[in-house]
Design a protein around this ligand. Structure first.
Ligand code: ZN
Length: 497
């Protein structure tokens, strides 16, 4: 490995211009696999969702999944692509232990969707990322290397293969090279993948969870001197979080600049990004173009999407997420900063749904960006993974607004909801959290507080009404915070006047 002096990012940017490209794989959320009827559920026992077709047994015949084709065309339409009137699957031949057919059924020179674009907004500026193609293929199985400490093949005593994932429909979305982003290239890469994820999620065709691998990103990076030809690119494989996309481009720019500064050349290769160090390391060299011996898949008929059908699918494409964000911001009357906090917290859908369930925007923001964000953070999970629904949050706030619980009791109720004890109403009833404002029920507690604090009671009798606060505090304590403070104060003053 060549060790070159790593320049600062600023110094790299003063000498070179980056060109990036992104290849994103998205596992479609179809009920069955791409070419057979096997189920696709995540997390099933290994090798329980397999059949002769996805195992590539001799004589098995594939049939294309219509739902996957429809989903791919809808992704293409959402990315402003032209939809091919004629398209074909091809065999991409290579050996991989987790690919039982020894070829991947993919698309080569006749993809379903071409020539699109996706606009992303970065610091208020719109950057257009052009899309070269969107094509449909199938996923491989998964290898598990056992016996080593790292889970990698090095040091393992044996390997296991799970074919459950083999044959799950996979859409590959390839951008054209993105030049001209300059020092913003890492942020553009992240903004693109974020927007792409949101577009696909809005289409409802995949759960696009990078941490579960249903969305994976390969990031190409090269550097060139201003005005010179584009440099040799490297391909950082399977980057699996939005933040890592940005970090991978950033670290690759610094690494390549160091090599170029030292007069060395960049080797065309795949690289791996390491979350812990934030660096990439060398994978396999791609100096010679791999010849996959593509040829048209003889067992599948060509695809010829009907123009009227494609036209009808256009009506199912939702508003682009970035446009929707701007619309919501206006409707909610929020500043750029307030809206970005919601977006960055991944709370747009949650807050929208909470508002739809009857809460104000202010209340929805207060819960999701406050108490719930803290709890998600403490558990190291996403907000949407918390065991609470937007309807619950709206219900909780309604209880506060109705004066039936106060903020302190609301946090206890929230705890119960998160612990799976039911809806806020149910938790409040079961835990007996409701505020007591009935003067009959509070009278005894007030009498006790007066009896226990004769000095304070005397002051109030003398007209020093500010002293009442101490008695209210005593009643709140004896009722474990469940007394209605306003009623308590009124009772104290009426008893001591
Ligand atoms: Zn199968």
């Amino acid at each position: 490995m060549t060790v070159a002096h790593a320049p600062s990012y600023e110094s790299a940017m003063s000498s070179y211009e980056p060109v990036i490209g992104l290849e994103t794989h998205v596992e479609l959320g179809t009920r069955t696999k791409m070419f057979c009827g096997c189920p696709t559920e995540f997390g099933a026992e290994p090798n329980t969702q397999i059949c002769p077709v996805c195992l590539g047994l001799p004589g098995a015949l594939p049939v294309a999944n219509a739902a996957a084709i429809e989903a791919t065309i809808r992704i293409g339409l959402a990315l402003n692509c032209e939809i091919a009137s004629w398209s074909r699957f091809a065999r991409k031949n290579y050996f991989y232990p987790d690919m039982p057919k020894n070829f991947q059924t993919s698309q080569y020179d006749e993809p379903l969707c071409v020539n699109g674009y996706l606009d992303v907004v970065l610091d208020g500026e719109t950057v257009r990322v052009e899309i070269e193609r969107v094509h449909l293929e199938e996923d491989t199985g998964k290898s598990l290397h056992v016996g080593g400490s790292t889970g990698r093949i090095h040091g393992a005593t044996h390997s296991l293969v799970d074919y459950n994932r083999a044959g799950i429909p996979l859409v590959e979305i390839v951008t054209k090279p993105v030049a001209g982003a300059g020092a913003n290239a890492p942020q553009v890469a992240k903004a693109y993948v974020t927007e792409l994820r949101d577009v696909i999620r809005a289409l409802g065709v995949s759960d696009v969870r990078m941490e579960q691998g249903s969305m994976r990103c390969d990031v190409n990076t090269s550097l060139n001197r201003p005005g010179a030809q584009w440099g040799t690119r490297t391909e950082t494989k399977n980057v699996n979080s939005l933040r890592s996309v940005e970090r991978a481009v950033h670290s690759e720019i610094i690494r390549q600049a160091g090599l170029l500064d030292a007069g060395e050349r960049i080797i065309q290769e795949t690289r791996h990004f390491h979350e812990d160090t934030g660096q990439t390391t060398s994978g396999r060299s791609k100096e010679e173009a791999t010849d996959y011996r593509y040829f048209p898949e003889p067992d599948l008929v060509p695809l010829a999407p009907d123009a009227a059908w494609v036209e009808s699918l256009k009506a199912t494409i939702p508003e682009p997420p970035s446009v929707r964000i701007r619309r919501l911001q206006e409707a909610w009357g929020l500043t750029d900063h307030e809206m970005s906090s919601i977006v960055n917290a991944g709370a747009v859908e949650l807050i929208t749904a909470t508002v739809e369930s009857g809460a104000t925007v202010e209340a929805a923001r207060k819960w999701w960006l406050g108490e719930l964000a803290r709890r998600a953070n403490a558990q190291d999970v996403e907000l949407e993974q918390l065991s609470i629904t937007p309807a619950h949050v709206a219900e909780l706030q309604a209880l506060v607004d109705a004066g039936r619980i106060n903020d302190k009791l609301a946090r206890q109720a929230l705890e119960g909801v998160l612990a799976g004890e039911g809806s806020p109403e149910q938790v409040v009833a079961a835990r007996g959290l409701e505020v007591v404002s009935d003067s009959g029920a509070l009278g005894a507690a007030v009498d006790a507080a007066i009896a226990d604090n004769p000095d304070i009671a005397a002051k109030i009798r003398d007209g020093k009404l500010a002293a009442a606060g101490a008695l209210v505090g005593a009643v709140m304590k004896s009722t474990k915070g469940q007394a209605d403070a306003k009623t308590v104060r009124e009772l104290i003053l009426s008893k001591l006047s």
